[in-house]
Write a protein that binds this ligand. Structure first.
Ligand SMILES: [Zn+2]
Ligand SMILES: [Zn+2]
Ligand SMILES: [Zn+2]
Length: 277
């Protein structure tokens, strides 16, 4: 399984363009890996979420999405659901797809994601809806997207909709993809335990940094989740841990936070990071 963290920041990005906090000021000068655009990830040929920054990140990372025909959405927050780019994919003149059978974009999401897409589509007279197939997904109901099996789990996030995180399997490796979410709900942890799932890689939300978690995790919740997964035997000594969706909220720039979480055995993702498991 190849995991490409195309973009890895929180909702406002880092540096947040209107922000005068010390961390954002520093990052405007330092740039490099400290810059974090809004999150989405390509796993093999399946996109998870579509960031508002996907255009520039495809250019920067030499990524060609024209062969990507599956997009799985976690939830409808605007840093994950870029309806503008979906509309361009559904326009014949904007996205010329030569292979007839590849024209359909398979989109997976909850009701709020579907509503968000359909609202945008309704305003765009150039959209060809025969190019889209929407799959309504629900917690704990597995589905196949491309070569990957997804098991949606309930997140603790955006509480007015069913926000989802995922177990992702390719038949050889298993990943927990857990952003956006705060500390995982008991029903999610119970499901992982009952299904006897073992993760080769665990990717966690760390938006809050050194602050207490809320509907996002911070380092404390990351440590607690790893401990809980260890007690459940859902991880092994070889399991790798990545922290993703980091924001400016706690005031530490990414290279400082990377050192801090490194002491705990965690790796902080950065825009363009590629991991193979
Ligand atoms: Zn987010
Ligand atoms: Zn800031
Ligand atoms: Zn969110």
């Amino acid at each position: 399984m190849e995991i490409r963290y195309l973009v890895t920041g929180g909702a406002e990005g880092f540096p947040s363009i209107f922000c005068q906090c010390d961390a954002c000021r520093k990052v405007r000068t330092l740039l490099g890996k400290n810059v974090k655009m809004r999150s989405c990830t390509l796993v093999d040929q399946v996109m998870i979420d579509l960031s508002p920054d996907i255009f520039s990140q495809c250019i920067n990372n030499h990524v060609d999405l024209s062969e990507v025909n599956h997009v799985v959405f976690t939830h409808s927050h605007s840093d994950h659901l870029n309806t503008t780019e979906i509309c361009f994919r559904l326009r014949e003149l904007a996205s010329v797809i030569r292979k007839k059978d590849k024209k359909v974009m398979e989109i997976y999401g909850n009701d709020a994601v579907q509503n968000g897409i359909m609202e945008m589509v309704a305003k765009d007279p150039h959209v060809d809806l025969t190019r889209m197939k929407f799959h309504r997904i629900r917690k704990f109901e597995p589905f196949q997207a491309g070569n990957l099996k997804f098991i949606p789990l309930k997140a603790y996030h955006k509480l007015d909709e069913e926000a989802l995180i995922f177990v992702i399997e390719d038949g050889r490796s298993t990943m927990l993809y857990a952003n956006d979410t705060g500390a995982l709900p008991d029903e999610t942890l119970d499901f992982i335990e009952q299904q006897n799932i073992k993760f080769d890689i665990v990717s966690m939300d760390t938006c809050r940094g050194t602050l207490d978690g809320d509907t996002h995790m911070g380092i404390r919740e990351n440590v607690e989740l790893r401990e809980r997964l260890r007690r459940m035997h859902a991880v092994t000594p070889d399991t790798e841990y990545y922290l993703n969706h980091y924001s400016h909220m706690c005031g530490m720039i990414p290279q400082e936070y990377e050192r801090l979480v490194g002491q705990e055995g965690f790796l902080l993702t950065y825009d363009g990071l590629s991991v193979t498991v």
